[in-house]
Design a protein around this ligand. Structure first.
Ligand code: PGA
Ligand code: MG
Length: 506
């Protein structure tokens, strides 16, 4: 018996070859399996033609025929595909259909693994077209070898849809889980990460107490765990199943994230969105104000140059830029005070601050916009906000005498209808006064004035005034993490702000 493989030929060619060489007699027919460009034939030598082989064939009418390799069949591609669990020298994992494991290198194991199983046998040809069935040669790791995802980690494919507008802290609201409605023992409420139970709350039909599509109330079924049957179709759509999850996420994306104004979401007057889901987006806004340092303009380089020139003039060592960066946000006087405190190790007196400020200001005026640049996305964002019809304001703690020329030199002045500096009003951020004033000037209630900021001063002022606030992550948040700021959303850049807003007429 010979095992020959033909490549490039086909079943017909193989049969023809068998006929030509006379390798088969009477009822001995070549066993041909498969098709396409690979075929394996089992040649049974005829007693009178013991040397029948491809090399004997005078006509050699078809493509490459080759004898099986030494050491076993390595597949039609000429190379053995390494098994994922059989790296050299690594212990082999037990396989359900191949018996006990062993170590590659052990001749007995090698022989077993390299054995060329006959066509039709388990472990037979590896070419997919020659497989008896799809699953036969796949190694399915046993239950104990599968890796399990701990339940406290969010599923990797379970991303909240909605892009930047959705923050992890919204999970509870998105999925309709509020402390008062989740019931007693709902220890997961308030966690930013959510578990399976939170992602798949029971649908409205089940919650209403109606007969479930999946639950079966018959006694026999209850004895089987309450599901109609184990396995098969009935498990597919049950809550927690993948399909159920996909459908639920689609519902959330399509209907619930559209916001309160979508009264048509659920058909004629009937919203599918439960009342307790608080959709915050898009935010209804009549006007937008933006912070300057750390939100619109990257001013730290020029501020550091001026601050270090001041320190040098006063006889102190310069400070590194990252230190100066953490002192930006509460106005220039505060910056000077904190730089002095840093180098002297003590709180400076009012007179010392006044003297230092007098040294600082000329340096800053001379370096106002040398290396100061708008952050990426700022110009596009302002442009888009203007196009959407929002009146724009700049509310900063920087003194007005520096703010106005800085906006001019940076090319942002034409975008703003209103500029409020740190000394324009009696109090500055984090006091709500500048925002309340801006809302009045724009003729909108504070709840419809959006502040785009970067620091706790901005978020505190907005919360105190009752304004919505979104933060950019790149600014100077006085050492605080942007994730810790009390804001409605974190946007990667000002460019993303318009997509969060819905224009309301003032
Ligand atoms: O501290 C400053 O000088 C100004 O800070 P602000 O523009 O972020 O309000
Ligand atoms: Mg700022």
């Amino acid at each position: 018996m010979r095992l020959l493989h033909t490549k490039g030929g086909a079943r017909t060619s193989a049969r023809r070859w068998a006929g030509i060489t006379g390798a088969f007699a009477g009822d001995q027919r070549p066993l041909c399996r498969g098709g396409g460009n690979a075929v394996k034939i089992r040649v049974l030598s005829h007693p009178e033609r013991p040397h029948a082989d491809v090399s004997d064939c005078p006509q050699h009418p078809f493509g490459q025929l080759r004898a099986p390799r030494r050491g076993g069949d390595r597949g039609d591609r000429g190379r053995r595909r390494p098994h994922p669990f059989r790296c050299d020298g690594q212990p082999l994992r037990p396989q359900p259909d191949r018996g006990a494991a062993g170590v590659r290198g052990d001749p007995a194991v090698d022989r077993r693994l390299d054995r060329c199983a006959l066509d039709g046998e388990a472990g037979g040809p590896h070419h997919p077209r020659l497989r008896q069935s799809r699953r036969q040669h796949h190694f399915v790791p046993s239950r104990s070898l599968r890796t399990h995802r701990p339940h406290h980690r969010p599923h990797p494919r379970l991303r909240l849809q909605g892009g930047a507008r959705v923050q992890p802290s919204h999970a509870a609201q998105l999925f309709g889980l509020h402390a008062e409605e989740a019931g007693p023992g709902a220890d997961h409420v308030g966690e930013s990460r959510f578990r399976r139970a939170e992602v798949h709350p029971r649908g409205p039909r089940q919650a209403a107490g109606g007969a479930s599509a999946h639950r079966c109330l018959r006694a026999g079924d209850l004895a089987r765990g309450g599901w109609r049957r184990e396995g098969g179709q009935h498990r597919r759509n049950r809550p927690g199943g993948r399909r159920h999850l996909r459908r639920r996420l689609r519902d959330l994306r399509d209907k619930r994230l559209q916001g309160d104004h979508r009264s048509d979401a659920g058909g004629a007057g009937k919203s599918l969105r439960p009342k307790h889901v608080n959709s915050r987006f898009p935010i209804p806004v009549g006007a937008v104000v933006l912070d300057l340092d750390g939100t619109l303009l990257d001013t730290v380089d020029d501020l550091a140059v001026a601050a270090n020139a001041m320190l040098q003039e006063l006889g102190f060592e310069p400070l590194p830029e990252p230190v100066i960066r953490t002192h930006i946000g509460k106005g220039l006087q505060n910056l000077v005070t904190r730089c002095l405190a840093e180098v002297t190790g003590a709180e400076p007196t009012a007179a010392q601050v006044e003297r230092a400020l007098a040294v600082f200001e000329p340096h800053y005026r001379a370096n106002l916009c040398v290396r100061t640049r708008p952050y990426p996305g700022v110009v596009e964002g302002l442009e888009a906000l203007r196009q959407a019809g929002f009146p724009l304001g700049c509310v900063t703690n920087k003194a007005e005498r520096f703010t106005l020329p800085l906006l001019q030199q940076a090319g942002l002045a034409p975008y703003f209808d209103l500029v409020i500096g740190g000394d324009t009003l009696p109090r500055k951020k984090p006091d709500p006064l500048p925002l309340v004033h801006a809302a009045e000037r724009f003729g909108v209630p504070p709840a419809q004035l959006l502040l785009v900021g970067d620091s706790p001063n901005d978020t505190q002022a907005a919360r105190a005034a009752g304004c919505p606030v979104v933060c950019v992550p790149y600014g100077y948040s006085e050492g605080a993490k942007v994730q810790d700021l009390d804001c409605d959303a974190i946007v990667a850049s000002v460019r993303e702000v318009p997509s969060l807003l819905r224009k309301v007429q003032p």
